[in-house]
Design a protein around this ligand. Structure first.
Ligand code: SF4
Length: 481
């Protein structure tokens, strides 16, 4: 078992012991799943839209090189610059160089999963820059020196009281400032506005890049995305290279299913489509636009059996629907991408050596596939990753030895029957009223939250042999049941 897998289990145990976290997760995910169902319900033939969205993602990724070339050419045609970052280190170096060469001191940031992925803030701060997150949840995460725990609700793990305490402790907020959520939001806005006005550089994520026009689409619900991308003199847009759509009609389809799957809204409140930097006849917008296309393992995933995970549009629905995520939240996964999507994407991008246990963080109930707007078959990939981990000898020792023992027994019928009888005696000795409340050793996890049945004293084969009359009756068709 790898260190990372031990950490996953320990984190999951800690999360399970946190009753407040469990209750908050269950309440919020249930509410947002209801909103999702209502949002999709308002769309005529939502399944047709989902199928269309999936077809767009499949087609785009099958021709990614062509669409990337087209996107780059159109960004540059409209005055923007495109930088290709093969690794996280490349991406950090590119952004740091842009900032240094333009004598940037203060950076304001919109929500960007890619920048979380490459730990951009830490690197920019190490380079002497002041970085201010401006998405409310991300700002709270930054103040708390915490990490996001959901792809669209970064502080789903925090209560309003915890945020109030944080504002008092770190910013000297008064009781009036933290009286309720609207007061705290007002307080945050008053603190953040000066940062927008004094920043030299704005960094945003990108929900979609449109190949046909070189536009980037950024969806936010707080308006901070508009301020980050238009007020500072330089805008750097961080984009995973898979986030391309061919054209504006394709973008329209993706937007229809993204917001509804994420929050239940018909459309994200601020859905910005930006094409190039400020033009000569325009009064607002940045002097420079730089798009940083980040690979960081994606090209390798593209040619693998997990390529389908790159269809993901980061709506977060699979997290909300997952019974594992609903119990443990995002931090237990130890990755910027938690939940079912993260259980595939994290080991696919950065290897099963470090993240081999994540594909096991699933009951394989397939709720993730049911809610995914682009119908990504996450359970299939979880099974592929599990099988690969076992083939490569990364399954825990007790599982490997257990499967090996079972294989040897199953190939020897007499020994198999004998083992069955011994198991019936052993489980019978441990059971009360036919149920075992607590299994020993590595099996104890099974009985943490449910009982285990004692094995039948008489095996199915023995009972079958003892019923020759019924057996022959079945042959004659007397007992169709
Ligand atoms: S895998 Fe599907 S449901 Fe999960 S975040 Fe991505 S698009 Fe949404």
């Amino acid at each position: 078992m790898s260190t990372a897998s031990v950490t996953f289990h320990r984190r999951a145990e800690d999360a399970l012991a946190n009753r407040q976290l469990n209750a908050t997760l269950r309440r919020v995910t249930a509410r947002i799943l209801d909103s999702r169902a209502a949002g999709l319900g308002r769309l005529p033939e939502p399944d047709v839209w989902r199928d269309h969205g999936r077809a767009i993602r499949a087609h785009t990724l099958a021709h990614l090189d062509r669409y990337l070339d087209e996107f780059v050419a159109n960004v540059e045609l409209r005055g923007g610059h495109v930088h290709f970052a093969r690794t996280a280190a490349d991406a950090v170096r590119i952004v740091t160089t842009i900032a240094r060469e333009r004598h940037v001191r203060r950076v304001v940031k919109g929500k960007s999963m890619i920048s979380e992925e490459i730990h951009l803030n830490e690197h920019l701060e190490a380079a002497g820059l002041e970085v201010v997150e401006t998405d409310l949840g991300e700002w709270i995460v930054q103040l708390a020196q915490d990490h996001p725990s959901h792809v669209i609700m970064p502080i789903i793990h925090k209560s309003a009281d915890e945020v109030a305490d944080l504002f008092r402790r770190t910013l000297g907020a008064t009781e009036a400032d933290v009286a309720d959520v609207p007061a705290m939001t007002r307080f945050a806005r008053e603190r953040l506005r000066p940062a927008f006005l004094s920043a030299d550089l704005g960094i945003s994520g990108v929900n979609f890049g449109v190949a046909a026009t070189g536009s980037i689409c950024i969806c936010t619900n707080e308006g901070n995305g508009r301020l980050v991308t238009t007020l500072p003199r330089v805008h750097v847009a961080m984009m995973g290279l898979e986030r391309i759509v061919p054209d504006m009609p394709s973008l329209g389809t993706m937007l229809q299913i993204l917001a509804r799957s994420a929050t239940g809204q018909n459309l994200t409140v601020y859905t910005n489509v930006l094409t190039g930097p400020r033009r000569a006849d325009e009064s607002d917008g940045p002097d420079e636009l730089h798009v940083v296309l980040v690979d960081n393992g994606r090209s390798d995933v593209l040619g693998s059996s997990e390529a389908e995970i790159l269809y993901c549009i980061r709506c977060g629905a699979c997290l909300n629907a997952c019974p594992v995520y609903q119990q443990i939240g995002g931090h237990a996964y130890g990755s910027v991408y938690p939940g079912p999507v993260g259980a595939v994407l994290t080991p696919a991008l950065w290897g099963q050596e470090q993240h081999g246990d994540l594909p096991h963080a699933s009951s394989l109930c397939a709720a993730c596939r049911e809610v995914c707007p682009v119908r990504i078959d996450i359970p299939r990939m979880l099974l592929t990753l599990r099988a690969r981990g076992t083939d490569e000898g990364r399954a825990p020792v007790w599982i490997r030895q257990g499967i090996g023992l079972y294989r040897r027994l199953a190939m020897r019928p007499r020994l198999f029957r004998l083992a069955g009888r011994l198991a019936a005696v052993a489980t019978g000795a441990l059971a009360r009223s036919g149920w075992i409340r607590s299994l020993p050793g590595p099996l104890a996890g099974w009985t943490t939250s449910r009982d285990f049945p004692a094995m039948a004293v008489t095996s199915f084969q023995d009972r079958w042999k003892a019923r020759p009359a019924e057996r022959s009756g079945t042959r004659r068709g007397k007992d169709p049941a």
